[in-house]
Ligand binder design. Structure first.
Ligand code: P1T
Length: 386
């Protein structure tokens, strides 16, 4: 089955057997517990809804299939997915090598939560795989990557880094939120674990917060599944239904996001008020060749550096009409945000400056509206801002 069919069919196969209703949409299965006839035999394998839920399992089946993996575990948010994964695989004294440009909340989890449990982190510019290799220590257990990164749109070579990791028996985790399974398949490139904030493209409509961990190894799956139940950061059945519903249009939405983003990136690249456009689909992106090699599309996210200062940036952000000024990304509506004061505000100033997250950096999540309206909106706001 190809991915455009998987998003619609996997996990929601109608039950046409005796006693089944043939639903073409999996029901929102609300029961918190499941009665049984015999003490030690759960009726259909289900005991309690935190441990297992019919709607959640449908979603997990679909997500595993989209990432070409054997298992997926759904969580109440992307951060819940990351936390449960890390709690399952790390212990005091362990070390993680991470790409230095990551979602601010991920760095906050690492630096302001996990370090207190005795886990240490080294941040490297993973655009060069050698930097990852050089940062590895005897106690390194995981490599944590985003590609493209949030918000600088930097890439790393998943295949090259996963190979380095395997040689040292270290696991590679890729947060695939920005590309979605439509444009990038980290497992096919050697990654061990894929993470998603399903709040973004997978849900696609800015109406549900969720996350997922996807894996093929039996042992790793068992460890994370144990903690999915033990820690309990599971999504509600309704949230699972929303992600299932949203994901059905993922393939067509991603095509439109990309088409619009490429048009907008090309327009902004020529604009006199823009210093730089970071979009992997532009030939001017320093890693354009890697993007073409490891991704099958360039996605709907881009960041831009305005020629002015914070005052110009503020005016631009506040003048936009179709790009709502809001955190998050990946929904059908366009969003704009200011990483330095919003999504990445928890990163210390010196570190932000080092990464290039300046006051004039603006991030766009390009929606699937008519692109000419979006371009006119950007043009008008830029004229007013300068
Ligand atoms: O928001 P949540 O569902 O908990 O997911 C966290 C997360 C994980 N990974 C990446 C790459 C992300 O971008 C996010 C959340 N990001 C935003 C809210 C944002 O505006 O960037």
């Amino acid at each position: 089955m190809r991915i455009g069919t998987k998003v619609i069919h996997v996990g929601e196969e109608p039950n046409l057997k005796e006693g089944g209703y043939g639903d073409v949409v999996v029901p929102i299965h609300l029961s918190t517990t499941y009665a049984r006839k015999k003490l030690d035999v759960p009726t259909a394998g289900y005991e309690y809804s935190r441990t297992g839920n019919v709607t959640r399992h449908a979603l997990e089946k679909r997500l595993a299939s989209l990432e070409n993996a054997r298992y997926a575990l759904a969580f109440a948010s992307g951060m819940a997915a990351e936390t449960t994964l890390l709690l399952s695989l790390l212990q005091q004294g362990d070390h993680v090598v991470a790409f230095d440009d990551l979602y601010g909340g991920t760095r906050r989890l690492f630096n302001q939560v996990l370090t207190y449990f005795g886990v240490s982190f080294s941040y490297v510019d993973a655009r060069n795989p050698q930097n990852v290799k050089d940062a590895m220590e005897k106690n390194t257990k995981l490599i944590w990557l985003e590609t493209p990164t949030n918000p600088m749109m930097r890439l790393c070579d998943i295949e090259a880094i996963a190979k380095i990791a395997k040689e040292e028996d270290v696991l590679t985790v890729v947060d695939n939120t920005f590309m979605s399974p439509i444009f990038q398949s980290p497992m096919n490139l050697g990654a061990d674990i894929v993470v998603h904030s399903t709040t973004k493209y997978l849900g696609g409509h800015s109406d549900v917060v969720g996350g997922a961990v996807i894996v093929s190894d039996d042992d790793i799956h068992e460890r994370i599944k144990f903690n999915q139940n033990a820690v309990g950061a599971v999504p509600s059945p309704f949230d699972c239904y929303l992600v299932l519903r949203g994901s059905k249009t993922l393939a067509i939405r991603m095509r439109e996001h990309e088409r619009n983003a490429l048009r907008i990136a090309t327009f902004l690249e020529e604009h006199p008020s823009i210093l730089n456009v970071h979009y992997p689909g532009l030939r001017s992106h320093p890693q354009y060749e890697l993007a073409r090699k490891q991704m099958t599309g360039f996605g709907g996210m881009l960041s831009i550096e305005l020629a002015g200062d914070i005052k110009n940036a503020r005016r631009f952000l506040e003048e936009l009409q179709f790009f709502f000024l809001a955190e998050s990304l990946g929904g059908v509506e366009s969003l704009v945000e200011h990483p330095a004061t919003m999504t990445h505000a928890s990163i210390p100033l010196s570190e932000r400056e080092f990464l290039g997250i300046s006051d004039s950096l603006v991030r766009l999540s390009v929606g699937i509206e008519d692109v000419d309206d979006l371009i006119e909106d950007l043009d008008r706001a830029l004229q007013l801002a300068f």
